[in-house]
Design a protein around this ligand. Structure first.
Ligand code: SF4
Length: 367
């Protein structure tokens, strides 16, 4: 077994395993993972690479992994995903448990598009613009601070799997909805539920008053935040149209983080879990062009060799921040756990955790 743990690396930086070959990293991981079974569990998001996902005890999308984290009874949980997911897991686990993110730089470009200061500023502008009640809903892809904001203001969290149910709930709470940070999931879901496009406005935090007038805020049923996923926004309507022309035998299925035009042009759309279930249930010989992260698309193609499965885009639609979690950083995390000196532990403060949990538990009870 490698002994690379030193005090010098005991805090936030992954242990530099630069002299160790990739093959050695994988072999060490296999052995160490076995050894740590009594006290350690690995959660892996579907967008992780195969090299990492092979070590996951549980795989899933954001909602599934949040639910799994809440039921783990081991002291150490390594979360192979991005920062907001590890924060969510920390909030749902006990004080005696530690959630570890193998690389602290594994963030989410969408989550970075809304911060607390911006949302507080927008909220005040909305309060000054309308007397109607606004219910805030945040996509789970955001910082713990924003989850706390939502919990403190009568709102809830959603994922792409349960967005419709949460929005239905929100419309029963008040006349208006603020949905952040992903404009596309908000727009696609609300439109699907019968809200016309002209009753939705977009608040851009980089513009004065979000680029909106008080009258627009007062009139709108849904206020969307100007945020998006750089991976899913990469798919285009032109790609869908071209594929439908060239390959009429292929079904196009996309994630609702794709733009409205792409979702409308496609045959079907749904969350990561929905896409997986749909492909799994399809008969042999089915053909799918899939608009979501490439690691998942390639994994589905490998798993269902009796079906034709490929990416909607000819370009690499890789979530580069997810990809920061590499096997050697996972090994560094496990070596540190073995020494009982965990690195890259994600801890949400009590002040943020309590209101966030209100919003999270609301989501879990509704979905
Ligand atoms: S795929 Fe998009 S939304 Fe998901 S973690 Fe990556 S950047 Fe964030």
């Amino acid at each position: 077994m490698l002994n690379l743990f030193t005090e010098e690396h005991s805090n936030k930086t992954p242990i530099p395993l630069s002299d160790v070959s990739d093959e050695q990293v994988i072999n060490e991981l296999k052995a160490l993972k076995e050894e740590l079974i009594p006290k350690h569990l690995v959660l892996g998001h579907h967008y992780q690479s195969n090299e990492v996902i092979q070590f996951a005890d549980e795989t899933g999308d954001s909602l599934a992994l949040a639910k799994k984290a809440a039921n783990v009874d081991k002291p150490f949980i390594t979360f192979c995903g991005v920062h907001f997911m590890a924060e969510t897991a920390d909030m749902l686990t006990g004080d005696d448990q530690q959630v570890i993110l193998p690389d602290l730089n594994a963030g989410c470009s969408m989550a970075d598009m809304a911060n607390n200061e911006q949302v507080e500023k927008a909220w005040k502008f909305f309060a000054d613009s309308t007397s109607k009640k606004i219910t805030p809903i945040t996509y789970i892809n955001c910082t713990a601070e924003l989850k706390a904001f939502v919990g403190s203001n009568g709102g809830a969290i959603c994922t792409s799997s349960n967005a419709k149910k949460i929005i239905e709930w929100a419309f029963k709470q008040g006349q208006k909805l603020l949905f952040f940070p992903d404009q596309h999931l908000g727009r696609n879901t609300c439109f699907d539920m019968g809200v016309p496009l002209d009753e939705m406005v977009v608040y851009n935090p980089n513009m004065l008053n979000g680029g909106l007038t008080p009258e627009q805020v007062d009139k709108a049923k849904v206020i969307l935040w100007y945020g998006y996923c750089s991976v899913h926004q990469g798919f285009t309507k032109a790609q869908v149209d071209q594929l439908k022309t060239d390959r009429p035998d292929v079904q196009v299925i996309v994630h609702p983080e794709c733009s409205f035009d792409v979702v409308q042009a496609s045959h079907d759309n749904g969350s990561t879990s929905y896409i997986i279930d749909k492909i799994q249930a399809a008969p042999a010989g089915s053909k799918f062009a899939v608009g979501t992260e490439i690691n998942l698309v390639n994994r589905l193609a490998d798993r269902y060799k009796d079906k034709e499965i490929f990416s909607l885009s000819p370009y690499q639609c890789l979530c580069t921040t997810m990809y920061r979690v590499r096997p050697r950083w996972l090994l560094a995390s496990l070596l540190a756990i073995k020494e009982e000196k965990p690195i890259n532990v994600i801890k949400v403060s009590k002040e943020i955790r309590e209101p966030s949990l209100i919003a999270l538990e609301r989501m879990l009870s509704i979905s």
